[in-house]
Design a protein around this ligand. Structure first.
Ligand SMILES: [Zn+2]
Length: 432
């Protein structure tokens, strides 16, 4: 791709490459031939498709989360950069979805659903060139994250959920938070004592927020934060919204309501690298619920990425109403094309295992479903409440978009920033 145009110099034109005579290169020609010779991707029978079990009743209550983010940059120096983030949790029931026109849902009917049963959170993070009350960008972002999770419009519920997860409050024990690196001296801190919101580093005495445990500071510098911090905030907040629903029913001991609800996350059940501190507590929760015999139904659906691309190929030859759980070995060889590594796929970052599902010619889904503690077993038995989750999906498959679920489409509508203040309006505020 040509370089983009700057302020004073025009962008590089693709036609300038003409004189390089790339097509005279033997190597380039060979590569082009290889592209042209390419057969449609071969469908190997390595995928072991099985029929989707039936016999269960669909879950009645459905919760879906989604988020969006928009980064605004000032046009003139000193360059400033802000990221607006919005997340939403939507509650639906199967009856409400049945009443919608599947092909062209009436906008007013959608509006009613959204106004009655959606909650959303919005915040803004300074990424570059902004100082707040004389604090460095680094400390300002840490503070804003701490405050934003306690958003009073949501009664600080996502923050309470963070504490519920970090201290594993369901266990009835007074556990410490997971350990984390100090944002001031970088030394490892054993974790904050049970139920603490703030504390001091045992090495340097620096001030700590519980939210530092999540790991945002690990990719920030003193005066700037990369856009990936905003993305990570959005993903963490979506996760906390989802678990807020679960925590609410759990703490109220409404186990029968909980076991009749499906929680859908847009994207995989995954927290990457430095943000994976919550993965172990989340797995511990699912395992605890399993030991107690309480069904908690959570599913993540990813619509892009290597797993989705792979399913696009293998789904062609798969029978309708079938599923396939790829083993660690299959993921490594067929999807990631990686050499053998010591660490199994997702063992530190995922709180659900992958599952490929094909319902019909229009709908094949990459799902993640929790297993409790990590396992690389590819048996279908490891997935928690698999059958009940799968039987709940056909009634909510979208008739408007392939491979889509109606609750996620609707949550996306609520979370979408472009449908609320337009990007131009955001920019007007950002320039003040
Ligand atoms: Zn320290």
């Amino acid at each position: 791709m040509p370089y983009q145009g700057g302020k004073r110099l025009s962008g590089e034109k693709a036609s300038k490459l003409g004189h390089l005579d790339v097509v005279n290169s033997a190597l380039v020609n060979e590569l082009i031939e290889q592209f042209e010779d390419q057969e449609p991707a071969q469908v190997e029978s390595l995928a072991n498709w099985e029929a989707i079990p039936n016999g269960e009743t669909p879950l009645r209550l459905i919760f879906a989360v989604d988020g969006s983010k928009q980064t605004i940059r000032s046009d003139f120096p000193p360059y400033k950069e802000l990221s607006f983030i919005k997340t939403a949790l939507l509650r639906l029931d199967q009856h409400a979805i049945e009443k919608l026109d599947p092909v062209a849902p009436h906008p007013m009917a959608l509006r009613d659903i959204m106004s009655d049963s959606a909650m959303y959170h919005a915040t803004v993070l300074p990424l570059k060139g902004l100082s707040i009350n004389g604090q460095s960008n680094y400390d300002a972002v840490r503070r804003i994250i701490f405050d934003s999770l306690q958003d009073q419009s949501l009664n600080a519920e996502p923050y309470k959920t963070l504490k519920w997860l970090a201290y594993e409050k369901w266990s009835g024990q007074q556990k410490s938070s997971p350990s984390f690196g100090c944002p001031h001296c970088e030394k490892d801190i054993g974790g904050l004592s049970f139920d603490q919101d703030e504390g001091a580093c045992e090495h340097c005495g620096g001030h700590l927020y519980l939210t530092d445990m999540i790991g945002f500071h690990l990719e920030m510098s003193e005066d700037a934060a990369p856009e990936s911090v905003a993305t990570a905030y959005m993903l963490i907040h979506e996760t906390l919204l989802l678990f807020t629903g679960i925590r609410f029913f759990w703490e109220a001991k409404k186990y029968s309501v909980l076991s009749n609800a499906l929680f859908i996350k847009d994207g995989p059940l995954f927290l990457k690298g430095q943000y994976s501190k919550l993965v172990i507590p989340i797995r511990n929760f699912f395992d605890f619920a399993k030991q107690k015999g309480i069904s908690v139904h959570v599913v993540g659906q990813e619509k892009t990425g290597a797993f989705f691309d792979h399913l696009e190929i293998i789904a062609r030859n798969a029978p309708n109403n079938s599923l396939f759980a790829p083993s660690n070995e299959y993921i490594r060889k067929e999807i990631q094309h990686r050499p053998e590594r010591a660490e199994p796929y997702g063992s530190r970052t995922n709180y659900g295992n992958k599952l490929f599902v094909k319902f019909d010619e229009y709908h094949h889904l990459v799902l993640s479903i929790p297993t409790g503690h990590y396992t690389d077993t590819d048996s279908l038995d490891v997935f928690l409440s698999l059958n009940r989750i799968l039987v709940s999906l056909p009634p909510i498959l979208s008739h408007r978009h392939e491979c889509a679920l109606v609750p996620v489409e609707l949550a996306n509508g609520v979370a979408s920033l472009s449908s609320y203040p337009s990007a131009a309006i955001l920019k007007v505020f950002a320039d003040i």
